[in-house]
Design a protein around this ligand. Structure first.
Ligand code: NAD
Ligand code: IPM
Ligand code: MN
Length: 360
């Protein structure tokens, strides 16, 4: 079969990690006799450098013509990069938020899984990591604080800035349904994370999630305050199956969850709308501190490519094969610096990609 894949290499380590994911996809094509046609798309800093803006209509239109988009990461160092001299709405991050909104990618899936092989890289106490964990953070991606009204002004000579956290019931219902649907294929547990002891938006969130739960009698629903969740993630991560939460809480909790898997370099992500289309990117950023040094861990991007095979292209067998190849490389003792531990062989970004592609 022939599939059209958009590729956003992005900034910083983006091009390095995307190159390795493509190496793995090329190996998938060869083994399973598929053809992928790639279209390069500009976003973030790379788009600013060419067009002066982080997202163009051309990128949106071309993305829509693809079956899925694979992305590295965007953004630069806020202190040194000229992109941050621009007004906020013209910076790289605005491009990422813009494409999420334009393509209606409201459901962000971030799976955090502890490979047995990475227990030595996991910062948790041995008795906690011994149990392992396998959770999916379902983050709402096109609402909340990220997209509410904001302004900076002077009120009576005092500099004041405002961001608004707003959700309507429809936005909550569709992400909740998606979380319950996915829970049905997993261990049938949803933990909805909010701050309903303080925020009106969280009180509505809780009500609507309860309503949706009625259609899923087999799924066990629990609620947890976000501050408690941050603590539970390191005390007892094995308790979680699907974590359902709003945009900002999901951003923060997913970085925390990534670290207990060993490194942020392991955490993949899929951003989906109501169709088969999706944008697939690692959960981490452009890591300007290690860009261009062949140090970045490409596994999060490679696992995101596996999610793309599964969710947008319906290539389950191929997705399984990529995930198995990642596991095999870890079993064989190869590690990038971020997940390195005693007795393992340290490799760079390129070699890690090659080793995974070879195991397909
Ligand atoms: P970051 O995730 O880029 O980096 C945080 C730390 O993790 C750094 O020390 C970095 O070296 C390390 N790290 C990240 N990915 C790694 C990998 N694959 N392998 C090894 N180490 C890795 O977060 P930040 O420094 O806060 O942000 C840098 C830039 O990235 C900012 O411009 C930010 O806005 C942007 N950002 C983009 C995305 C995205 O494109 N989806 C996500 C998060 C941050
Ligand atoms: C992420 C990133 C983005 C977010 C930034 C770069 C806008 O941190 O994908 O997790 O906050 O959503
Ligand atoms: Mn983030």
């Amino acid at each position: 079969m022939n599939y059209k894949i958009g590729v956003i290499s992005g900034d910083g380590i983006g091009p390095e990690i995307v190159r390795e994911a493509r190496k793995v996809l090329d190996a998938v094509c060869k083994k399973y006799e598929h053809e992928f046609t790639y279209t390069d798309l500009l976003l973030g800093g790379a788009s600013i450098d060419v067009h002066g803006v982080p997202l163009t209509d051309e990128t949106i239109e071309n993305a829509k013509k693809c079956d899925a988009v694979l992305m590295g990461s965007i953004g630069g160092d806020a202190k040194t990069s000229p992109w941050y001299k621009l007004e906020p709405s013209k910076r790289p991050e605005a491009g990422l938020l813009g494409i999420r909104k334009a393509l209606n990618l409201f459901a962000n899936l971030r799976p955090a899984y502890l490979y047995d092989e990475l227990r030595a890289a996991c910062p948790l106490r041995d008795d906690i990591s011994a149990e392992g964990f396998d959770m999916l953070i379902m983050r709402e991606l096109t609402g909340g604080l990220y997209f509410g009204a904001r302004k900076t002004e002077e009120i009576d000579g005092v500099r004041t800035a405002t961001d608004t956290l707003s959700y309507n019931e429809n936005e909550i219902r569709r992400i909740a349904k998606r979380a319950f649907d996915i829970a049905m294929k997993r261990r049938k547990k949803v933990c909805s994370v909010d701050k309903a002891n303080v925020l009106d938006s969280s009180r509505l969130w809780r009500q609507v999630v309860e309503e949706v739960a009625k259609d899923y009698p087999e799924v066990t629903l629990s609620h947890m305050y976000v501050d408690n969740c941050a603590m539970q993630l390191v005390m007892n991560p094995a308790q979680f199956d699907v974590i359902l939460t709003e945009n900002m809480f999901g951003d923060i909790l997913s970085d925390e969850a990534s670290m207990v898997t060993g490194s942020i370099g392991m955490l993949s992500s899929a951003s989906l709308n109501e169709t088969k289309f999706g944008l697939y990117e690692p959960s981490h950023g452009s890591a300007p501190d290690i860009a261009g040094q062949d140090k970045a861990n490409p596994i999060a991007t490679i696992l995101s490519a596996a999610m793309m095979l599964r969710y947008s292209l319906d290539l389950d067998k191929e997705a399984d094969a990529v995930e198995a190849a990642v596991r095999q490389v870890l079993k064989d003792g190869y590690r990038t610096g971020d997940i390195m531990s005693d007795g393992c062989t340290k490799v760079g970004t390129k070699e890690m990609g090659t080793l995974i592609a070879e195991r397909l």
